[in-house]
Design a protein around this ligand. Structure first.
Ligand SMILES: Nc1ncnc2c1ncn2[C@@H]1O[C@H](COP(=O)(O)OP(=O)(O)OP(=O)(O)O)[C@@H](O)[C@H]1O
Length: 679
């Protein structure tokens, strides 16, 4: 277990204000400090005028310490949070911290590294966001990103972004979202604006970091959300971060990520969700169904049965994923069909039911899936369908949970032909008032409707079966034209297992012919052999070069595991007319940021490389604003707002304010100070 921070600074004494405070034991719950100080105990005092420093004392820390001591209510007030952070929490509607928040927030505020575990939906996101706001305090355009939050999935990252915006509304911190599937150019632009917080998925972060040569040296706060996700989720992120100077990792963190949780703070669930609640009838609304393949067909089937549904799975386009999730969270459709992609972290407050259509192979995964309901003190129900071959998983779960499982009365399967060995999931549809369907061809094939359940009111006979089947799948099959056929053939050809085909060239053909011009050394992965694209002798350079000129360039593995040369950042800079010198300046002043990768390069790619595709007029001015320009623009906008609000009149009406100050306000220099005062 983790040690909790000591609450009291020690016995009261006369010097500095912090040490004068009474220990928490001296102050009773829900009471004011001044009323309950014991007799003879000195009142906490602020520094006197004898203070040697002529600088005004920073009362913020003192007030924080004061709050921390006097409020023993265990509320957010007692955590000594600054006003903008506290206001954000109140605005979000959090009145009382959850147990995990109560324990972890003070520890993180005290500067400790924390690994926390608690039941799903217990508010762990706020556990790392609130101390982060407190640490970063305000926006700093000069420093680089100071906090990095890594999420295993894009949906979770988006959700964390939403929480960050809501909770940190009054801090003014800027956040950049670095997600796979989104336009990388937008992400370059976001990083060029010096965000305070980066929320990222690991694959894209590595991609962007390598392309932009990001150093991340200014990052002082790192969060691994869902840190117990499988090691492959994090990919190369730990390695990239480890290369960053000044980084230290918890001792138990090894590069294989085998033991990421040193001393977890575990709050066991106090109310479990029944693992099996069959045959209770789930209302169709708010159904989340982790489904393996055939998602699209299942979605179509549900739609034909009048159940509006959306789906999310990894291969789906990112925009479609966002739209579908939004549709579900806004109640536009009643069912969301998902894979295990959505098993972790997603917070959909009004969700009531989860159906485990396929039973999870691991107890932990089961907890994460069913944890999408019963969040933040609410209740919810999880239904699990267990096929005969999944019974061992059920037993595993039983051991994992260490509690009895309530098994439902076995449902009578649909009458009709059942092929032996196939999974029967038909019972899923009955309680939803749906046509019972049996999954005929296991995981790989399509769906076939089967009739015969008493639950299928009004649907009888083979013709109807044909109708439904035709309706759902047949219509698609009638469509293929010559175009479609060709496309399918092309796709099939692509999916052929290469192992079963003998290539007309031996595997080492290229390496054998390496010294021959046009022999195809290939650029993939940097080694000899296996590549396309022949090389030709360049007389000027006196060496073999690739025909496209791209072969020498490094390649990077993208999120979709394809290797791509990384010209995109360079291209983006050219397109945006970002000056390399600007980047360098930024890099020098901030000790971070995109640096030009030209140090070791030869002629034509280093310092003498043309900065922009400038026309005959020479260098085109960068359209991307520098920090100074942004600040200037803000000051101007602030001044405008000030004038529009009639600030000048107010100032001149005030007798106490020196006219010089008012003039300064009008001229813009003093607006910032005045704006703050007037606000
Ligand atoms: N102090 C609080 N008071 C009221 N609601 C809260 C509080 N803290 C968090 N919540 C709400 O609880 C819900 C779950 O929070 P969150 O998503 O952070 O849980 P989690 O522990 O990260 O869940 P998971 O383990 O599934 O990732 C959210 O809707 C959040 O707004």
């Amino acid at each position: 277990s983790l040690k909790f921070p000591s609450q009291g600074p020690g016995p009261p004494s006369t010097s500095p204000p912090q040490t004068e405070l009474p220990t928490p034991g001296d102050i009773s719950r829900n009471s004011f400090n001044c009323l309950l100080l014991g007799p003879g105990r000195p009142l906490p005092t602020f520094p006197t005028s004898e203070c040697t420093s002529d600088v005004e004392p920073d009362t913020r820390d003192m007030v924080r310490a004061q709050n921390k001591k006097k409020k023993k209510s265990g509320g957010f007030q007692s955590m000594g949070l600054s006003y903008p952070v506290f206001k954000g929490i109140m605005k979000k509607g959090y009145k009382v911290p959850t147990p995990i928040q109560r324990k972890t927030i003070p520890m993180i505020l005290d500067g400790k590294d924390v690994v926390a575990m608690a039941r799903t939906g217990s508010g762990k996101t706020a556990c790392f966001l609130i101390p982060m706001f407190e640490r970063l305090k305000t926006r700093s355009a000069q420093t680089g990103a100071r906090a990095l939050i890594l999420s295993p999935t894009r949906e979770l990252a988006l959700q964390t972004m939403k929480f960050t915006k809501e909770l940190g509304k009054f801090t003014g911190l800027r956040t950049a979202l670095i997600l796979g599937g989104d336009k990388i150019e937008d992400q370059f632009a976001a990083l060029h604006e010096n965000p305070d917080v980066i929320i990222a998925t690991p694959g894209r972060l590595v991609h962007v970091a390598v392309e932009m040569n990001l150093k991340l040296q200014s990052v002082e706060y790192v969060v691994f959300d869902e840190a117990d996700s499988p090691a492959e989720t994090w990919g190369e992120v730990p390695l990239v971060l480890m290369k960053t100077p000044g980084w230290t990792y918890p001792q138990s963190w090894d590069s294989d990520h085998r033991d990421p949780i040193p001393e977890p703070l575990v709050l066991p669930p106090h109310r479990g969700t029944p693992a099996m609640a069959w045959p209770a009838l789930p209302p169709p609304a708010g159904l989340l169904t982790p489904l393996p393949p055939s998602r699209l067909h299942s979605a179509q089937l549900l739609t034909t049965q009048g159940v509006s549904c959306a789906h999310i799975y990894s291969a789906l386009d990112q925009t479609a994923r966002k739209i579908n999730l939004a549709k579900f969270t806004h109640g536009k459709c009643s069912t969301l069909i998902v894979t295990d992609l959505a098993a972790r972290g997603l917070d959909i407050p009004l969700l009531d039911n989860v159906i485990n259509y396929s039973f999870p192979a691991k107890g932990k995964l089961f907890l994460h899936r069913v944890g999408r309901v019963a969040r933040a003190g609410r209740s919810g129900t999880a239904y699990s369908l267990v096929a005969p071959d999944e019974v061992p998983y059920l037993l595993d779960l039983h051991l994992f949970l260490g509690r009895a499982l309530t098994l439902a009365r076995p449902h009578e399967g649909p009458s009709g032909e059942q092929r032996p060995g196939h999974r029967d999931r038909s019972s899923l549809w009955v309680p939803c008032g749906l046509l019972p369907l049996a999954l005929d061809s296991g995981w790989t094939g399509g769906w076939r409707g089967q009739l015969g359940s008493p639950g299928a009111a009004g649907v009888t006979g083979a013709s109807v079966r044909q109708d439904v089947f035709t309706e759902v799948i047949g219509r698609k099959r009638q469509q293929p034209g010559p175009e479609r056929g060709a496309k399918r053939r092309r796709e099939e050809a692509r999916h052929r297992d290469r192992e079963f085909y003998i290539h007309y060239r031996p595997k080492d053909f290229d390496s054998e012919r390496g010294s021959v011009a046009g022999g195809g050394w290939g650029g993939g992965g940097g080694g000899r052999g296996g590549g396309r694209g022949g090389r030709t002798q360049d007389r000027k350079k006196k060496r073999f070069v690739g025909q496209s000129g791209q072969e020498d360039k490094k390649k990077i593995k993208t999120e979709s595991a394809s290797l791509t040369p990384f010209p995109s950042y360079r291209k983006w800079k050219q397109k945006q007319k970002v000056d390399d010198r600007d980047s360098e300046d930024e890099g020098a002043s901030q000790q971070r940021g995109p640096e030009r990768r030209g140090g070791k390069r030869g002629r034509g790619q280093g310092a003498s490389q043309p900065r922009t595709p400038a026309g005959p007029a020479g260098r085109v001015r960068s359209e991307l604003k520098t920090k100074q320009q942004i600040l200037k623009q803000r000051r101007r906008a602030q001044k405008l707002r000030f004038l529009q609000r009639g600030g000048l009149k107010q100032l001149s009406a005030r007798p106490s304010l020196p006219s010089s100050l008012a003039r300064r306000g009008a001229s813009g220099r003093g607006v910032q100070e005045l704006g703050v005062r007037l606000d």
